[in-house]
Write a protein that binds this ligand. Sequence first.
Ligand code: HEC
Length: 211
Amino acid sequence: MRLIIIAAAVLALSGCGEKNIAEEINKTSQNVINSIEKKASEAGEISQKAEEAMNSIAQTTLEAKQTVEKTLQEAADTSRDILQKANETLSNISAKADKITNESANTIEAVKQKADDAAKVITAPLTNADKGKKLFMTCMPCHGAKAEKSAVNKSQIINKWSKEQILNALKGYKDGTYGGAFKAQMIPTAKRLSDADMEELSAYIVNLGKQ
Ligand code: HEC
């Protein structure tokens, strides 16, 4: 009797245990499946988000590329414009510089020419006419620029005279053999003149009368 009870209890226990284990396995499997499904769905969401992110990055990259290309194109255009303007300005400047250089060269040449001419005049030996002109400057205040006046209204108009007459009068004032009432005004002047001076003066005064 005691044995039967024990056996029945064992059976009952073991029967009950088998049922429990099967349920437990079922339950655990279901949990695992649920968990896997959940993870799979999460993975799906993640992959979806990843794809969205990739698309968004691709879009942004494309836009960035387009912006860069546009900017580069604009920069290239601007550079070309600037280069073009710079070239124009440069050629303008160089044309102007050429012009200025040419003009300066011409001016320098002209100045040099004038300086040369002046130097020639300065270094050229005085011709007799030049000497006569220079000497006559001291006579001008009384006899007029062209010897066309009567000196202090007392002398004759000497540019109407011959060369010999002028020469003789000058020599006469110098050595005291010629002169009128106002010869005192001529003597100091005549005494400063050499024979050559008188020659040149007479020739020059005669010439003034012919102009
Ligand atoms: C300060 C004024 C003065 C100056 C300067 C002067 N003369 Fe006279 N000259 C006279 C007067 C005045 C006479 C008239 C003198 C006389 O009565 O003989 C005269 C007379 C003459 C005559 C003779 C003309 C005549 O009427 O008999 C000659 C030629 C002449 N002068 C030449 C010259 C020359 C050349 C110079 C310069 C180198 C000169 N004179 C400078 C005042 C001047």
